[in-house]
Design a protein around this ligand. Structure first.
Ligand code: K1U
Ligand code: ZN
Length: 167
């Protein structure tokens, strides 16, 4: 297992469209293991492959209190969503920023697990929000893209200053 470097906003690698995983092989399982280790170490409740500069449709999520309910989802897609809720979100790729985002409060997600089996998962609350946040990453969308243009500009300036100071 290995800790991976997390790409930070406004890096353009966060804006691309991740590609479907065609074959679930040892390399993808290794990437999933490394992403889980990186997420737990950060610490975070989710991580998407583009955040570690990998362009595949793969996410890991664990919103449990015990940090022992890891979900590894390959080619995840939202097949149903309903309701609306607002929640404060952060992002490991946008350190130091917490903002309220409005999203669906229930989602149904279809994905493959690491053995290639198709699964469907219904979620609400924090898990629903986290799944939407991570699947957004696969489509090059960041939580800041859901905010007003004014807030986006402030966050971009703060991130650029941070980049200049920390490299
Ligand atoms: O994708 C990411 O950048 C991970 C992000 C996910 C997320 C957070 C909040 C709402 C929706 C999605 C994070 O995990 S930020 C860190 C965080 O929220 C956290 C860290 C430690 C304990 C609990 C939460
Ligand atoms: Zn994020």
């Amino acid at each position: 297992m290995a800790l991976l470097k997390i790409v930070e906003y406004p890096d353009t690698r966060l804006k691309g469209l991740a590609q479907p995983v065609a074959r679930i092989d040892r390399e993808i399982r290794q990437l999933a293991d490394d992403m889980a280790e990186t997420m737990y170490d950060a610490p975070g409740i989710g991580l998407a492959a583009p955040q570690v500069a990998a362009g595949q449709r793969l996410i890991v999520v664990d919103v449990s209190d015990g940090r022992n309910e890891l979900l590894t989802l390959i080619n995840p897609e939202i097949i149903e969503k309903s309701g609306e809720e607002e929640m404060k979100e952060g992002c490991l790729s946008v350190p130091g920023v917490l903002e309220t985002v409005r999203r669906a409060d229930r989602v149904k997600v279809r994905a493959q697990d690491v053995s290639g089996k198709t699964l469907e998962l219904e979620a609400d609350g924090l898990l629903a929000v986290c799944l939407q946040h991570e699947i957004d990453h696969l489509n090059g969308v960041l939580f800041v893209d859901h905010l007003s243009r004014l807030k986006q500009n402030l966050i971009r300036r703060k991130a650029e200053k941070r980049m200049r100071q920390h490299g």
